[in-house]
Structure formats: structure tokens, C-alpha cells
Design a protein around this ligand. Structure first.
Ligand code: MGD
Ligand code: MGD
Ligand code: SF4
Ligand code: MO
Length: 722
């Protein structure tokens, strides 16, 4: 943290709507922090704070911190306006009690003591009537800092004996999938892509979702590296390729890539491009894999994935003849019924060519497996405090959990209390119309801790105000780079808001709990949970790099984390969970290759991707400098699909399936294959004329293993809206 005095004249509108004026020079200081968003970049920022009124320091500027080792001074169009969020007139500043029907948004202000007493009374009532498993804690990575995401909530609900939530809507499946092949989810540090000669951006939209990695890719390109983007959408990242330099865009149909990977392996083996020495020394099950891919000619794969056989053949050759070829992947491809097999199969590719032996070769995914491994989970979560062995329920099945008459049966009682923070499920979780019906239940007691009156919060009995990242200290473990960074609070909590850890201390007190570990302060939590990180050093240096091999190669010695130390091209662990030993392509059930009857009724595959540069998930569409600037939601169609339905550009279309329907204007584009449509995700009910959202259409089937969810396997029909 730097201190300084600056004589600038800045005007800001304080939260109460009054205009502050300054008679003289402001007394300002700067405070460094780290972005908390669920984004791989975890950028460093600097907040300028005006201390003129010593009782209420005000943040007047927030900019990228040029000294940050990864983001190097740049933020993004979401967070460049972060102070508009902090001081938004719509920010929740006080506890609220619902006075109108659920969903109406009618609330009245109450004080914290009354709010906490009401919550404790109702949670005790539910626990006494149905048992503690009738309480469902529900959160995700709205703030992915350590304290905000992992501090105290686990202890609080564990001590209560509440149902445990499987939070796997984003990321865990990728790691669980790769582990079936390599014994670990570890991979390349993405910054190693700078050393690669061929980079496959496979199911990731780097320029939009991971923008601070782009300079690394550009460095590789300056050295002559070629780029291949593999995505069912011609994204902004796909637009960045240069075919004249040998770059390529490959456009499979959603959920079909495994067939293409199998065919690539077929070609690599058929054409003698394998690294036989490396295979013999470091893999197990090669013969079985070879037999499995023998039938997967590029022609057969082409029928499944829509990519011409010649393109698959060329891709296989380019990949196998570039020793240090790198695959960069992130989350997008996980969201299919075969999302785990996608990554398990992908992990076989570098094993056939020995790419891991070369600097810049291998697979780069989330690096959370390096950074977050520095957290001692037993010390942070304290499972020793857990009461009993409560059931687990998967967050992606929330609609079903809240609406089935015996929600949660047969393993426990229905859900009667819902405590939600760090997540806006009505907009972000699939099959959201069922969630809405569930949240509307009169017999469900709902508490939401939020910064804004979200679609979900409108269904709460009590809404509690949450701080933003500049209002409390925390530590951010990046999953896009190896840097772990400190976040220093720049200002005091705005209004009566409180941080997530403070929320759970208050709730524990209100519940009458006496276990001391439920009341640990933030300093204790940070000091005790990080055995390999010196907190004072982290604070003074501001960021520390997670341990990673000096030569850049995570498996340079060819030793993997499987029991045999080898890459498992065939895997007994998969058999143990009812999956095939070798990579296998099964089309998603909700896809044209899956259920013919369903796809006859709903012939179009719907993607609902992250699309807008000014949005981060569901968190910005409601803000005046974000939503209106992005122009509103739409459904994107190929020209032939639109013409076949008599839909002109801009016409209002109805997109529907058995789950829900959504009215949205048509945008005809050349970015999609025929048969694939896309609706950008992140808009709220208020942004749609029919009061629905994109996730009301999406599929909540889980991935084969790893607990992920298949919202990108959604079939719909589109027609003109009446
Ligand atoms: N259709 C479709 N659905 C998707 C996706 C998609 O691409 N398409 N992506 C999926 C993915 S990858 C993810 S990660 C999820 C994200 O889903 P969510 O986790 O719901 O996403 P966010 O919008 O990032 O954050 C949710 C809320 O957290 C609040 N928040 C921020 N900081 C704090 C805090 O410190 N305390 C509290 N209490 N609240 C805070 C914000 O105000 C915001 O309303 O959505 C998934 N759903
Ligand atoms: N601007 C912006 N940035 C963000 C976010 C945001 O909302 N807005 N969200 C943040 C979050 S929570 C996350 S998890 C990351 C996600 O980062 P990414 O994983 O890079 O992003 P996604 O858009 O989820 O998915 C990437 C691509 O996968 C493609 N895809 C879908 N299905 C398939 C398939 O079957 N095969 C192939 N090859 N590709 C497929 C989609 O079309 C999409 O272009 O982004 C983060 N960054
Ligand atoms: S949302 Fe992502 S890109 Fe934007 S400032 Fe935060 S970490 Fe950086
Ligand atoms: Mo995510």
C-alpha cells in the first residue's frame, strides 16, 4: 500500500445521492487490491482513496496496477467502472424484509438485529421440524477470494449439519477428468504458451474471457507460432486468427469434439506420427487405445462433428509434427453431458506425441491446482466440526431439488430453508424456471446476502447487504496464472454491508452457537490456513508465485501422478465409476446425435455463452454503463435457419423447448453452423419482454463424472413470436 497526498479535484456522488464538494486539496492515498471476480485473470488494481472526511474515506479512482506481474496495469471493460458498482444508487445498503409476494421485489428496511433474529428463528424452526439437512446453503464464486468463498461458511453449515452443496458448475469437472488420464489436474502454466510453436485454443474464448493471456499468445506468434481455434462459434478469438500465417479456425458441432480427438489419434497412429519411445516409457494401455481409435477414421468423425475429414487429418498432422504443441482449454467444453470424457480424451493427445517433454508443449487449463493447493483445507474448512455426515446435493440440480415434492429424497428431507450468497442462481443455474417455481414456494424460507436486488434476491424473506472487494481484506488465488495476490480493503463497508465471513460470524451468534472456531477473525483464518505462505511476506510483496518447475515442464521427467506413474490411456479408475476404460464418444442425449425423437421436435442446438465484454456472468447487466451499452439480449441464427423460419434480422423470435420459452430479437450472423443457435447469457428477467432468462431453457443433466452440468446440450425450436 502506498500513501500520498495529491491535489486533484475529483467529484463523486456518494452513496446517499448527495454531491460532495471539496473546498481544498484532497488528502488521498492509494491502496492496492486484486479483482475477485470468477475470471482467470485476477488482475491487480490500485484504488485512490480520498480521506478528506476522515470518518468516511471515499474511493475516487480504481485503475489497473502497472506493477502487477500478470495484468500489468490493464483491467477490463467490466471492472474499469468498478466504482460505479461500489457507489451505485441501486446498491443494497441495509437489511431488508420482504413485505410483498415472493418475486415482487417489495421489501422494507429492518435493522441487523431484527434480521438476524428472524433468520435464526426460522432456521431453528426448520431444523427442529425437518432436521438440519432441510437447510441448503447455496453459493458459488461471485467473489472467489479465499475468505469470501471459503471462509467460515463451511464451518457454520458443517456445525449445523446442513446439506452440503456440490459446487461444480465451473471447473471441477475439468480437473476430475484430466486426473483419470494423468492422475492429476495439473498442467502447463499458461504463460508457458510463449514457448510453444503451435497453440490450439480449444473450447476457450481467450480474447473475451481470459484477455490478459492474449499478450502471451502474441509473444508466441511473434516467434512464428501458429494458432488453431476450435469452437462451435466463430468467436472474437476465432476472428483473431490469420490464415495467411497458417492459423486456422475449426468449427465442430457442440458436444462432438471427442469424435474429432479420436480421429486425430487414429491419424497420428495410422501415419506413424507417434512418439513410440515416450509412449513405451510413460504410458499404460496404448494397445487398447490404438484398438479403440482404429474405427475412428476422419470420415466417421466428420459425420459426427461436421468438420471435414481433410481438416481433421491436417490438424492431426500439424499437432503431431510440432513437438511442443500446446493445447489451451478452459471451461466452455465442460458444459456437456460428455464434458468429462472431453478432457480425459484430450489428455491422451500429448501422450501420443510426447509433447510434455518439450517446453511449451502439453495442455494448459486452470492452474487452480497449483495456486489453491497452498490452502490447507482441513484447517480452513475444519471438517472435524461437522455434525453427522449430511448428504450432498449438486448445485446444478437446484430446480429439481426445490420443486420435487420430496426435494432431496430419497436421501433426506425436502429443502425448507435456502441460504444464498456469492451466486445468482435464477440467472446462472440451468433449468431456471424450475428454480423460480421452487423459490416461490411459501414453505421455503430464503435468505440472500447480496450487493444488488438480483432476480434471486427478490424471492428472499430476508436480504442482507454484502460488501464489495474494496471493502475488506482478502487473498485471491488465481486460476489463470500462478500469482496469488493480496487484496487490501480501501474503504470501510458501505452502508451496513458486511463481508461474507462477517455474515457467518453474525449468523453463528444469532443461532446461539458457541463453538469458538465459528467466530475466528479474518486475520486468524488467513494465518492458520496457509502453511506454506508467509502472510506478512504476501502483504509486503503483494503477490507471490505458486511453486512450478523452473524448466517450465510440469511433467518434464515423464512422471505422472497415477499409481503407475504413467499416463493412463486405458483407466481402471474409470471402470470403477461405470465408465469405459478407453476414450469413447457418446453423443449427448440432448443433441441431434442423441435422442432422435427429441431432436425432431427441437432441431436446433442452443448455446448460451459468455459474450459481452462488459459483463461478468450475471453481475453487470443491471448496471447503467453495462447492460444498455451491450444493447440487450438476442438469439443468433445462421441465415438459412432464419430464412426457413421466416425470421428477418431484428424480428422478435420465440425460442422454446419442454422446459421454457424465451422471446428475443433475431440476429442473423455468419458465426454459427446451421442447426446451432446462441443467446448471450447474463441478462436478467427485466431485460426480456416475457420476464424469462436464457437459463430457463437450459439442460441440467450432469456430466458423466466430476459433477459438472450440461447446459450447452440444449435443444430448442425457434419461430416468430406471436
Ligand atoms: N447459460 C449459462 N449459464 C452459465 C454459464 C454460461 O456460460 N452460460 N456459466 C457458468 C459459470 S462458468 C459460472 S462460474 C456461473 C456463475 O454464476 P454466479 O456465481 O451466480 O455468477 P456471478 O454473476 O459471477 O456472481 C453472482 C453474484 O455474486 C454477487 N457477489 C459478488 N461479490 C460478493 C460478495 O463478496 N458477497 C456476496 N454475498 N455476494 C457477492 C454478485 O453481486 C452477483 O450477483 O454461471 C454458470 N452458468
Ligand atoms: N467477458 C467475460 N469474461 C469472463 C466471463 C464473462 O461472463 N464475461 N466469465 C468468466 C468465467 S466464470 C469463466 S468460467 C471463464 C470461462 O472461460 P472460457 O471457458 O474461455 O469461456 P466459455 O465462454 O465458457 O467457453 C469457451 C468457448 O467454449 C465453446 N464451447 C462450448 N461447447 C463447446 C464444445 O462442445 N466444443 C468446443 N470446442 N467448444 C465449445 C463456447 O462456444 C465458447 O466460445 O470466463 C470468465 N471470463
Ligand atoms: S474481471 Fe477479469 S479481466 Fe476484468 S479486472 Fe477482473 S480479473 Fe481482470
Ligand atoms: Mo465460471
Amino acid at each position: 500500500m502506498q500513501h500520498g497526498i495529491a491535489g486533484c479535484a475529483v467529484r463523486i456522488a456518494p452513496a446517499d445521492g448527495t454531491t460532495a464538494t471539496y473546498a481544498g486539496p484532497m488528502a488521498t492515498r492509494t491502496v492496492n487490491g486484486t479483482c475477485h471476480h470468477d475470471c482467470p485473470d485476477s488482475c491487480g488494481w490500485t484504488v485512490t482513496v480520498d480521506d478528506t472526511d476522515a470518518t468516511t474515506p471515499i474511493a475516487v479512482k480504481l485503475r489497473g496496477n502497472p506493477a502487477h506481474p500478470y495484468s500489468a496495469g490493464e483491467l477490463c471493460p467490466k471492472v474499469n467502472r468498478f466504482l460505479d458498482r461500489v457507489y451505485s444508487p441501486d446498491r443494497l445498503l441495509y437489511p431488508l424484509r420482504r413485505v410483498g409476494p415472493k418475486g415482487s421485489g417489495e421489501f422494507e428496511r429492518v435493522d441487523w438485529d431484527d434480521a438476524l433474529a428472524a433468520i435464526a428463528r426460522n432456521l431453528h424452526r426448520v431444523i427442529e421440524t425437518y432436521g438440519a439437512e432441510a437447510v441448503l446453503p447455496f453459493s458459488d464464486a461471485g467473489n472467489q477470494s479465499m475468505l469470501a468463498m471459503m471462509g467460515l461458511s463451511g464451518r457454520f453449515f458443517g456445525h449445523m449439519g446442513a446439506t452440503k452443496l456440490i459446487r461444480a458448475i465451473c471447473g471441477p469437472t475439468v480437473g476430475a477428468a484430466m486426473a483419470m488420464t494423468n492422475g492429476t489436474g495439473r498442467g502447463l502454466d499458461p504463460e508457458q504458451l510463449a514457448h510453444s510453436d503451435l497453440i490450439l485454443l480449444w473450447g476457450t474464448n481467450t480474447k473475451l474471457t481470459n484477455r490478459h493471456l492474449w499478450p502471451t499468445i502474441e509473444r508466441a506468434r511473434e516467434r512464428g507460432a501458429r494458432l488453431v481455434v476450435i469452437d462451435p462459434i466463430r468467436t472474437v478469438t476465432a476472428e483473431a486468427i490469420d490464415p495467411d500465417r497458417g492459423d486456422r479456425f475449426v468449427q465442430p458441432l457442440p458436444g462432438t469434439d471427442i469424435s474429432m480427438m479420436l480421429a486425430m489419434m487414429h491419424v497420428i497412429i495410422r501415419d506413424g506420427l507417434t512418439n513410440d519411445e515416450w509412449i513405451a516409457a510413460h504410458t499404460a494401455g496404448y494397445d487398447e487405445l490404438r484398438a479403440a481409435v482404429a474405427e475412428w477414421t476422419p470420415e466417421r468423425a466428420s459425420d459426427a462433428c461436421g468438420v471435414p475429414a481433410a481438416v481433421i487429418g491436417r490438424l492431426a498432422h500439424d499437432y503431431a509434427t510440432t513437438p511442443n504443441a500446446a493445447i489451451r482449454t478452459l471451461i466452455g467444453a465442460e458444459h456437456h453431458e460428455n464434458g468429462a470424457m472431453f478432457f480425459r480424451t484430450m489428455a491422451c493427445l500429448p501422450a501420443l506425441t510426447g509433447a510434455w517433454a518439450h517446453r511449451g508443449g502439453g495442455i494448459a487449463k486452470s492452474v487452480g491446482s497449483y495456486t489453491e493447493s497452498q490452502i490447507d483445507e482441513a484447517r480452513l474448512f475444519r471438517p472435524d466440526l461437522d455434525r453427522g455426515d449430511p448428504r450432498t446435493l449438486n448445485m446444478s440440480r437446484l430446480g429439481e431439488i426445490l420443486t420435487s415434492p420430496t426435494a432431496g429424497e430419497p436421501t433426506g428431507p425436502g429443502i425448507h430453508a435456502f441460504v444464498n450468497w456469492n451466486c445468482n442462481p435464477l440467472v446462472t443455474v440451468p433449468n431456471a424456471d424450475a428454480i423460480r417455481r421452487g423459490l416461490a414456494r411459501d414453505d421455503l424460507y430464503t435468505v440472500v446476502h447480496e450487493q444488488f436486488m438480483t432476480d434471486t434476491a427478490k424471492y428472499a424473506d430476508i436480504v442482507l447487504p454484502a460488501t464489495t472487494q474494496i471493502e475488506s481484506d482478502d487473498i485471491v488465488f488465481s486460476w489463470g496464472s500462478l500469482w496469488t495476490a493480496y487484496n487490501r480493503a480501501a474503504i470501510a463497508p458501505v452502508g451496513e454491508s458486511c463481508s461474507n465471513t462477517e455474515l457467518f460470524r453474525r449468523l453463528a451468534g444469532a443461532m446461539g452457537y458457541t463453538e469458538p472456531a465459528l467466530f475466528d477473525d479474518d486475520e486468524t483464518l488467513m494465518r492458520e490456513s496457509l502453511p506454506t505462505i508467509d502472510l506478512d511476506e504476501l502483504r509486503s510483496k503483494e503477490w507471490l508465485r505458486a511453486p512450478y518447475p523452473d524448466d517450465g515442464r510440469p511433467f518434464g521427467d515423464g512422471e505422472f501422478d497415477t499409481p503407475s506413474g504413467r499416463v493412463h490411456l486405458a483407466s481402471d479408475d474409470l471402470v470403477a465409476i461405470g465408465q469405459p476404460r478407453v476414450p469413447t464418444y457418446v453423443p449427448p442425449n440432448e443433441s441431434p446425435g442423441g435422442d432422435p425423437e427429441l431432436s425432431a421436435r427441437y432441431p436446433l442446438q442452443l448455446l448460451t455463452p459468455k459474450h459481452h465484454t462488459r459483463f461478468l456472468n450475471s453481475g453487470y447487466s443491471h448496471l447503467p454503463k453495462h447492460g444498455p451499452a451491450e444493447g440487450g439480449p438476442f438469439v443468433e441464427l445462421d441465415a438459412d435457419d432464419a430464412r426457413a423460419r421466416g425470421l428477418a434480422d431484428g424480428a422478435l423470435a420465440r425460442v422454446w423447448n419442454d422446459r421454457a420459452s424465451l422471446d428475443v430479437p433475431v440476429r442473423i450472423s455468419g458465426r454459427l453452423r446451421p442447426g446451432v443457435v446462441a443467446i448471450p447469457w447474463g441478462w436478467w428477467t427485466a431485460h426480456h419482454p416475457d420476464g424469462n432468462v436464457a437459463n430457463m431453457l437450459t439442460n441440467d443433466t450432469l456430466t458423466e463424472w466430476g459433477g459438472g452440468v450440461a447446459y450447452s446440450d440444449t435443444l430448442v425450436q425457434v419461430s416468430a413470436a406471436d
